[in-house]
Design a protein around this ligand. Sequence first.
Ligand code: BGP
Length: 473
Amino acid sequence: MLDKNFLWGGATAANQCEGGYNEGGRGLANVDVTPHGKDRYPVLAGKMKMLELDDEHYYPALKSIDMYHHFREDIKLFGEMGFKTYRLSIGWTRIFPKGDELEPNEEGLKFYEELFKECHKYGIEPLVTITHFDCPIHLIKEYGGWRNRKLIEFYQRLVTVLFNRYKGLVKYWLTFNEINMILHAPFIGGGIVFEEGDNEAQIKFTAAHNQLVASAYATKIAHEIDPNNKVGCMLAAGNYYPYTCHPEDVFKAMNLDRENYFFIDVQSRGEYPKYALKQLEREKIDVGMTEEDKKVLKENTVDFISFSYYSSRTASADPEVNKTTAGNIFASIKNPYLKASEWGWQIDPLGLRITMNMLYDRYQKPLFIVENGLGAKDVLTENGEVIDDYRIDYLRAHIKSFMDAVELDGIELWGYTPWGCIDLVSAGTGEMSKRYGFIYVDRDDAGNGSLKRSKKKSFTWYKNVISSNGENL
Ligand code: BGP
């Protein structure tokens, strides 16, 4: 049995659902200028410079599903499903339009205040990601994004404003969404665009270090302002399996896992693990660690470990085994035992339990699954229904798996917020047609549609799951 206070809910991110990009005094952010189409990946990866909007591209985040104007209607639907929590993110440029101002933008603060109050009307506890792939364009142009230590200071200013203003309205906070993404998609992970001749590894690890330090300061400030605040890290998780039992494959899988766990090792244990220090030394990377950094990291570890899980990953040391599968920006070897989604993301419910056990063994802190789900093409029938049994099957199998992890393995799990509880723009592809929601939104990949919301079959199913606390699957 799950605890009676288990936090069932759903997750979104500002840049993928809010829209209203130039309303309420909001400034331009990296996520706004990330186009749909073939240029998206090079932009996400920091390989193609795009710091302004142009007429040749379509930018899906500008309007998204326009939650900026629909949030009351949407939160009402979440309330109807019985959500206990709703994970959302703050658009940094709503609060500080340029990022380096001294005073925040009142209109932006007011918007989230209204939104949080709306959640509480339905007994929904907000779970707030402070930055979900979000960096003000001005900070990128002027300072080079997170490669610059100055961003630690701007982030401190942002979080201080948020913790003070929303004291009593929000108590669950995540500092950086999928913090390990910075190594794979540095433009959305850290506002980084590479210039000719840049030492990319040096820049990525420096930016990662700056975020880790900023995250520790945020944890410190959150606890000082309100001891009830709970601050979590957020990992794009999914354990690596060795492709075979060849020791080289096992070793490779261990090292690839460490690329991800490195971040959480720092955020949860408070210091760089030995293997990372050795790697940085070998690769002659200097992240600019100060004595003060060491102290703040050590003294301000996270309260809980949150993560996204879509699939496990597979590793092989054999260069011949090179059939990669798609999957959340992280390319991985195709696992022959698993089926895949229409986008090639492999489906592995037991992998969730394995990943949870790895995380819990390593950190012994409460876990929170803040993303999980199936991106699929939905068909709206003539009577306005979506029969999404494939989504129900996916979620059911994953819920069973985490319930086993709780009941049979004794893992402490605070909650579950499946991704894109309402259809929204895909982070990886910029498509609307890659849908995750319980709620269908009438909008297509080119931005056409009425934005009308309709309940899918999974809406009622999930409502029953929540009201039975996971017993009725
Ligand atoms: C994670 C992100 C989300 C989300 C999800 C699904 O990496 O934190 O923002 O979008 O993946 O990915 P996609 O939208 O590419 O299907």
